[in-house]
Ligand binder design. Structure first.
Ligand code: NAP
Length: 239
């Protein structure tokens, strides 16, 4: 069964936090959203919450660290939709809050790079054939959004969470690489700001709605000609 919906979006790590809110806002704007989640129960529950609100949402099991899971997710996607308009690489981990690079456990670095960088590359590679089939390329544009962080901006970087920060700098490089390799696709990095989620903590300054705002803008209303850039609050920021 192929969805008849004109606009489709896949969000990784969409069972909670900013990813779920982005899925909710895109669904509200008429997208058929695909809720990526590595955990089946959490992903199903998140997609069901959106369906209960009257939106079109489908759970897709997707562990971004596992090439088999990504390939299977692409197979599942192909049974539900014939094209993808927007891919949002949102899934990430932050495990080294309070650590210093001087004593950084290399396993923390491995895990951060595998999830936050390699994951985004592998998901983009496997879903690219669906982005290339988008019939909406000329109207709304085909878009890839990598959810990065100001922690990865070299100009601002000091000692905060070294593995996470290095991974987000590398993710920004991934954005530049795909933007260069895919002239027909708008590929951008975005910092959501400091957001109240499990990752950001209760004391963060922004709500999930605020954190999702520029991501959703890049997925919809931002000019499709904007590519290879780093954004926060709808403004380009320095790498
Ligand atoms: P969050 O609440 O911790 O959510 C992270 C999501 O990523 C969860 O759904 C998690 O799934 C998923 N995930 C982690 N590893 C995964 C894997 N291997 N495969 C698939 N999914 C995986 O974090 P958040 O605050 O919403 O963060 C979303 C994005 O915003 C991240 O890229 C983060 O770096 C970025 N960001 C956040 C802040 C902030 O202040 N919150 C600031 C700057 C940037 P599980 O539920 O299974 O763990």
């Amino acid at each position: 069964m192929t969805t008849q919906h004109p606009k489709t979006a896949l969000i990784t790590g969409a069972n909670k936090g900013i990813g779920f809110e982005v899925a909710r806002q895109l669904a509200k704007r008429g997208f058929a959203v695909f809720v990526g989640s590595r955990d089946m129960a959490k992903g199903r529950a998140a997609a069901q919450t959106l369906c209960d609100a009257g939106y079109e949402a489908t759970f897709i099991q997707l562990d971004v660290t596992d090439p088999v899971s990504i390939r299977q997710a692409a197979g599942t996607f192909s049974q539900k939709a014939d094209h993808l308009d927007v891919l949002i690489n949102n899934a990430a981990i932050l495990e080294d809050h309070g650590e210093t690079i001087v004593k950084l456990n290399p396993e923390l670095l491995d895990r951060a790079l595998t999830t936050n960088v390699k994951g985004a590359i592998m998901v983009t590679q496997d879903f690219l054939p669906f982005l290339e089939k988008s019939p909406n390329r000329d109207q709304i544009g085909t878009r890839i959004i990598n959810v990065s962080s100001g922690a990865g901006a070299l100009g601002e970087m000091q000692t905060y969470a070294p593995a996470y920060s290095v991974s987000k700098t590398a993710l920004n490089a991934v954005t530049r690489q795909f933007a260069g390799a895919l002239p027909g696709v708008a590929v951008n990095s975005v910092c959501p700001g400091w957001v109240r989620t499990d990752m950001g903590g209760k004391g963060a300054s922004r709500s999930v709605e605020q954190g999702a705002e520029t991501i959703v803008w890049l997925a919809t209303d931002a000019p499709a000609t904007e590519t290879g850039k780093f954004w926060r609050d709808r403004k380009e920021i320095a790498w």
